[in-house]
Design a protein. Structure first.
Length: 170
């Protein structure tokens, strides 16, 4: 939790999931399947496997479907998709959510400034981000500033300050 809290508020890094299985590009399909059997309980997301080099740089992505249908002696590097769309760990969470929405991804890999794989942003996280942004937009359309906390949890003074300008205009 401390690692995630070190990233700026509203950044992709603050919302990402770091418990993600990483596989090495020089492993065989058989070795990868053996590794996944051992790691299955450590990760909730195994639909896509993220391929890294020895320095943890993201070099590709591999679908589980491709992995289980390939010959066991094939090297991961030869069957992975090298064109990976990523989001920077410091990117605004709304921009990251729009990428996931645009490409209709289940999850998008998050990388740091040196392109090291640090986690994923899942569609569940994206739904939360988009709901929050939609709520802020609706509040602005209603002529008030968005609240940082829930309406009933906000103090009377805070609600007053956010609404006073619009109330005076009316």
């Amino acid at each position: 939790i401390g690692k995630l809290l070190a990233y700026p508020d509203q950044s992709a890094g603050r919302l990402m999931t770091t418990e993600v299985v990483r596989i090495q590009e020089d492993w065989t399909v058989l070795a990868t399947l053996d590794y996944l059997r051992k790691q299955a309980e450590k990760s909730d997301t195994l639909a896509y496997l993220y391929v890294v080099d020895r320095s943890e740089h993201l070099v590709g992505v591999l679908s589980l479907r491709v992995l289980v249908t390939e010959n066991p002696e094939v090297i991961v590097r030869d069957v992975m998709d090298k064109d990976v769309i990523t989001v920077d760990v410091m990117a605004d969470q709304e921009d990251a959510a729009r990428l996931v929405e645009h490409y209709d991804f289940y999850a998008i890999p998050v990388v740091d400034s040196e392109y090291r794989f640090v986690g994923i942003l899942t569609h569940d996280d994206v739904v939360d981000i988009l709901q929050e942004e939609f709520t802020e937009d609706i509040q602005r359309m209603g002529g008030s500033q968005p609240l940082e906390s829930e309406y009933l949890a906000s103090s009377v003074l805070t609600v007053f300050q956010k609404r006073i300008t619009w109330l005076l205009v009316l």
